[in-house]
Design a protein around this ligand. Structure first.
Ligand code: PEP
Length: 255
């Protein structure tokens, strides 16, 4: 089964509007690599409209970093799927920083995943274990629990994207190895096959995230079950992000 690789950049809470515009302009100066890799950038909410304009006619797609699970109402400070679906194709949901700093849990993530699909947005659902759970040998149990609860009563669809992001690898410079990531990503695919069905599980793209750089992307892309990467820090550097995309395109085309 050939799945189109996806490289997504999560800018987190970085870049003012002006800085975001310059970063996108710098990315667009890098040589085009065609459509063999789907490319998504996820800037802060306030930059989405301006970046949407800049990306018109390019092969980059736009994603948001979070959303609320209601369409509108008295939810001060939240962003609605209706506001995002006019601007974005994708939305990152359940990022470990949302779970850790903003008390999101699997039940709220599940509501968001359902709402995203209802609103025409494709979720990039993040799952991953903490260092403590990893060291206690609980990775499998944690990951299966997250996938099952986050996707409870979600209609099976190949439009889902999952990012496996071990928390101990995010922003630490200590990436998992390609082999380690592939084992857990294969577990995620088997869990999906049990929960949904094998055919859909084969269509879902599952990314690795956690300290991906231009120096280590090759190690992940080479693995059979890894369909791309969710990139944090390195997505804020135009040349490096472009190098990650180009390497992914080259490596997947030779597999
Ligand atoms: C992320 O924010 O999803 C991430 C993986 O960050 P970093 O690449 O900086 O570890």
């Amino acid at each position: 089964m050939m799945r189109n690789p996806l490289i997504a950049g999560n800018w987190k809470m970085n870049t003012t509007l002006d800085e975001a515009i310059v970063l996108v302009q710098d990315m667009l100066k890098e040589k085009e690599d065609g459509d063999s890799v789907e490319k998504v950038i996820c800037p802060p909410f306030i930059s989405l409209p301006a970046i949407k304009d800049l990306l018109k006619g390019t092969s980059f797609k736009l994603g948001a970093q979070n959303m609320y699970f209601e369409d509108k109402g008295a939810y001060t400070g939240e962003i609605s799927p209706l506001m995002l679906s006019a601007l974005c194709d994708y939305v990152i949901l359940g990022h470990s920083e949302r779970r850790h700093y903003f008390m999101e849990n699997d039940e709220t993530v599940n509501k968001k995943v359902k709402k995203a699909f209802e609103s025409g947005l494709k979720p990039i659902l993040c799952v991953g274990e903490s260092l403590e759970d990893n060291e206690a040998g609980k990775t499998e149990q944690i990951i299966i629990g997250q996938v099952e609860t986050d996707l409870a009563n979600v209609v099976p669809t190949g439009d889902l994207v999952i990012a496996y992001e071990p928390i101990w690898a995010i922003g630490t410079g200590k990436a998992a190895t390609g082999k380690q990531a592939n084992v857990t990503i294969n577990l995620i695919r088997r869990t999906l096959a049990d929960q949904w069905n094998k055919e859909t599980a084969q269509k879902v793209r599952i990314l690795y995230g956690g300290s991906v750089t231009g120096n280590n992307i090759g190690e992940f892309i080479a693995e059979s079950d890894i369909d791309g990467a969710l990139v944090g820090g390195a997505s804020l550097k135009a040349v490096e992000f472009s190098s990650i995309i180009k390497q992914a395109a080259n490596l997947k085309s030779t597999q």
